[in-house]
Design a protein around this ligand. Structure first.
Ligand code: GRF
Length: 216
């Protein structure tokens, strides 16, 4: 049974897709805790509703980033996770923190990385006149949104799109993309070897496996 800890800061719609996935019999995984750095994150209610331990570690109570990250790392380690899933966790992580969980931490980012790390991804894609947006799941390294990509999904941009409509469309695909990648990890198909991502022991392309929206 794979023990998963999910880190959130907000609404937790991606968390919900993972909670739902773990409730299916075919998934040999348990979300053992959800941790939020914000006490009012709606995702905490989603966790409680699903009978999952919901913990808050409020970053505003810590003197600096290093102190918060050290406390967070301890809280995570106490859950003995096999996999740490960042799902809308809006914190920049220190090198020391990231180094404690090599090859065990993944993140979802709402852009086709390496394009648009950081915030406001959808507006930036629109401003650049891109024809497509999307989302990327990647292993977490110390570089913000810069760890090796595992999988991506693309969403076409239409003339009518604004940042909100695009965010909604991409989010629908995120809810399919993230459970797919978590399933690979749980089944032992996915691993990070140095900075190379292997799926079924085969190296993935630099931007990860491109998933067809129809196949998700
Ligand atoms: C998602 O767009 C995710 O890609 C980004 O933050 C958002 C979180 O949404 N990292 P939710 O909290 O899962 O609804």
């Amino acid at each position: 049974m794979t023990r998963i800890v999910v880190l959130i800061s907000g609404g937790g719609s991606n968390l919900q897709s993972l909670l739902d996935q773990c409730q299916t019999d075919s998934m040999d995984a348990n979300i053992v805790a959800v941790i939020s750095n914000r006490p009012d994150a709606f995702g905490l209610s989603r966790a409680r509703q699903a009978g999952v331990k919901a913990l808050t570690l409020d970053h505003t109570g810590y003197a600096d980033r290093a102190a918060f990250d050290a406390a967070l790392a301890e809280l995570i380690e106490a859950q003995k996770p096999d996999l740490i899933v960042l799902a809308g966790f809006m914190r920049i992580l220190t090198d020391d923190f990231v180094r404690r969980f090599p090859g065990k931490m993944i993140n979802i980012h709402p852009s086709l990385l390496p394009r648009y790390p950081g915030l406001n991804t959808h507006q930036r894609a629109l401003d650049a006149g891109d024809s497509k947006a999307g989302a990327t799941v990647h292993f977490v390294t110390a570089e913000l949104d810069g760890g090796p990509p595992i999988a991506q999904v693309e969403v076409p941009i239409s003339d009518q799109d604004d940042a909100d409509s695009l965010a909604r469309k991409v989010l629908v695909q995120e809810h399919r993309l993230y459970p797919t990648v978590v399933d690979w990890f749980v089944k032992g198909r996915l691993r990070l070897d140095a900075s190379q991502v292997l799926l079924d022991e085969q190296p993935l392309p630099k931007s990860g496996r491109l998933l067809d929206t129809a196949s998700l």
